[in-house]
Write a protein that binds this ligand. Structure first.
Ligand code: COA
Length: 129
């Protein structure tokens, strides 16, 4: 399921945030994963979203995003975002493209440590929930 569209996360990072992850299953088989990271009551992020190539275009990605939104809403979060190369996938789910500068909680805590920080070509998308 490795894809150059996803930024690599270390095993320690994944373990540290393991409780943020949800999976999509087909029978007993995990076919997709995503994570919800909460920055505060005004902001949460859909992270590490990926669906197995042979299970794509069957609705799992949409369901994973929806599940993140439901979890965020239940926590009282009012806005959700993603940094992505598949902006059209999110726009189809009522997200809008926004300036990365509107997400300082992400940029100055996470992105600043990313090797691509100075030349990031991901697109920020966001939605009020
Ligand atoms: C993006 C991704 C998670 C979508 O998962 P999926 O299960 O295929 O998505 P869905 O089946 O729920 O798609 C729902 C709709 O989103 C849109 N969509 C899905 N994948 C898309 C893509 N790659 N580009 C543009 N639009 C896309 C389509 O409108 C689709 O409906 P349709 O199939 O009827 O046309 C999957 O393609 C993937 O894992 N990509 C590689 C990793 C990645 O880019 N992750 C995003 C990081 S933020």
């Amino acid at each position: 399921m490795l894809d150059k569209t996803l930024i690599t996360r270390s095993q320690d990072d994944i373990f540290e945030h393991l409780q943020e992850f949800i999976v999509a299953k087909q029978g007993e088989q995990v076919i997709g994963v995503s994570a919800l990271h909460v920055y505060g009551s005004n902001l949460a992020e859909v992270r590490s979203l990926v669906v197995s190539p042979n299970a794509q275009r069957l609705g799992a990605g949409h369901q994973l995003v929806q599940a993140c939104e439901v979890m965020a809403k239940q926590l009282g979060v009012t806005r959700i975002f993603a940094l992505t190369y598949v902006d059209k996938f999110f726009i189809a789910q009522d997200y809008a493209v926004v300036a990365k500068e509107s997400l300082p909680q992400k940029i100055w805590t996470v992105c600043i440590h990313c090797p691509k920080f100075s030349h990031c070509d991901e697109i920020a998308v966001s939605k009020a929930i």
